[in-house]
Design a protein around this ligand. Structure first.
Ligand code: PLP
Length: 381
């Protein structure tokens, strides 16, 4: 029997060999580029750190355990992980994506249109029929985020799997927003799960990292080949930091979403807040679906203020909460998606999605909730 999730954050699977020299409790940092061969044709299991490194391997095993993957590949950033996945697609392939995807992914895909002859359709993947209608004979993959960023649409993972089966598509899910503590897309049929480890997995706004987790051995082999060939690998030291971060993933996620639930309800009642996007609110259109496919609602809240002036005032007045890009850490951050994360999304697309001058996104940390509410109260004025 497998350990519970909280235990696996710290120890990985029961059968992972994580005994270290001298009885060290934490993973040693194997800060080495290369490894001595014991003899001709012999290997210690490690030859060169671009391909694999013991500190990184231990981290990858813990991530695989958390996501239920056959293999997980630790990359130097979330974008490096997304780029690695694109290597699986042949020239001429068409991909259907969620329409309010992370802005950096949209920028990479726009580049791939030119450099790799890939095409992308941006569809509200919460609408299963719209996704099916967008399938063409060239479609090879569905690329989704659920909940989406920043407008929090919830996509039905099982329905996406059914479509992927009907049309022989790869199902790729970016699970950054919930982390494996709250959602496991592989359990619903995803072939690949992507993480920006920079966010909840790292959790302290201090490391960049990314992961590609695979449910299929054949995909793992292909990805490992591209990985050792192009070298987007996570360093031994950052792998160590990430292992250290993961030990507290469960307690951080619990504390963050507890704060977020209180803040979402508070914002919902504030006269200068016109709309709150948080999947934990019962009136959110994705609330029931999220309950079916995830173990919680996470700690990302988007909201719309009454005027552009209010939004800009909030950003200039927050003191405890930092006005900064990124999310998922113990420090609360507030973002202006229009100018920051989604600045590269074409204006008409952004407007259609509702990412306008009154739209703000809050990543709730683990500070005391009363301090966060007091900061929002003075900032909203
Ligand atoms: C941040 C983010 C990425 C990119 O990750 P980096 O670590 O910043 O390269 C990809 N997807 C989502 C959903 C993100 O939030």
């Amino acid at each position: 029997m497998s350990y519970q999730l909280e235990t696996r954050c710290i120890h990985g699977e029961r059968n992972i060999e994580n005994k270290h020299p001298y009885g060290a409790v934490s993973a040693p940092i194997y800060q080495t580029a290369t490894f001595v061969h014991p003899g001709v044709g012999h290997s210690t299991g490690y030859d060169y750190s671009r391909e694999s490194n013991p500190t990184r391997s231990e981290l990858e095993k813990v991530i695989s355990s958390l996501e239920g993957a056959v293999d997980s590949i630790a990359c130097s950033s979330g974008m490096a992980a997304v780029a690695l996945c694109l290597e699986l697609l042949e020239s001429g392939s068409h991909v259907i994506c969620s329409e309010d995807l992370y802005g950096g992914s949209v920028r990479l895909f726009q580049q791939a249109v030119k450099s790799r002859n890939l095409t992308f359709s941006y569809i509200n993947t919460a609408d299963v029929r719209a996704v099916e209608a967008a399938v063409t004979p060239q479609t090879r993959a569905l690329y989704i985020e659920t909940p989406s960023n920043p407008t929090m649409w919830v996509t039905d993972l099982a329905a996406m799997r059914a479509l992927a089966d009907s049309y022989h598509l790869l199902l790729i899910a970016d699970n950054t927003f919930l982390s494996p503590y709250l959602q496991n897309p592989i359990a619903f049929g995803a072939d690949l799960v992507i993480h920006s480890g920079t966010k909840f997995l790292g959790g302290h706004n201090d490391i960049l990292a990314g992961f590609v987790c695979t449910a299929r051995e054949d995909l793992a082999q292909k990805l490992r080949f591209f990985y050792k060939t192009t070298g987007p690998c996570l360093s031994p030291f950052d792998s160590f930091l990430m292992l250290r971060s993961l030990k507290t993933l469960a307690v951080r996620m619990e504390a963050q979403q507890k704060n977020a639930a209180v803040i979402a309800r508070w914002l919902d009642r504030h006269p200068k807040v016109k709309q709150v996007y948080y999947t934990g609110l019962p009136e959110h259109p994705g609330h029931e679906l999220q309950k079916k496919q995830a173990r919680g609602f996470g700690s990302m809240i988007s909201f719309r203020t009454d005027t552009e002036e209010t939004a800009r005032t909030v950003l200039s007045r927050v003191q405890l909460i930092s006005y900064a890009e990124s999310l998922g850490g113990v420090e609360s951050l507030i973002t202006y998606p229009m100018l920051q994360t989604h600045g590269d999304v074409p204006e008409e697309v952004r407007k259609a999605l509702g990412i306008t001058e009154t739209f703000l996104r809050l990543s709730v940390g683990i500070e005391h909730v009363d301090d966060l509410l007091a900061d929002l109260e003075q900032a909203l004025g």
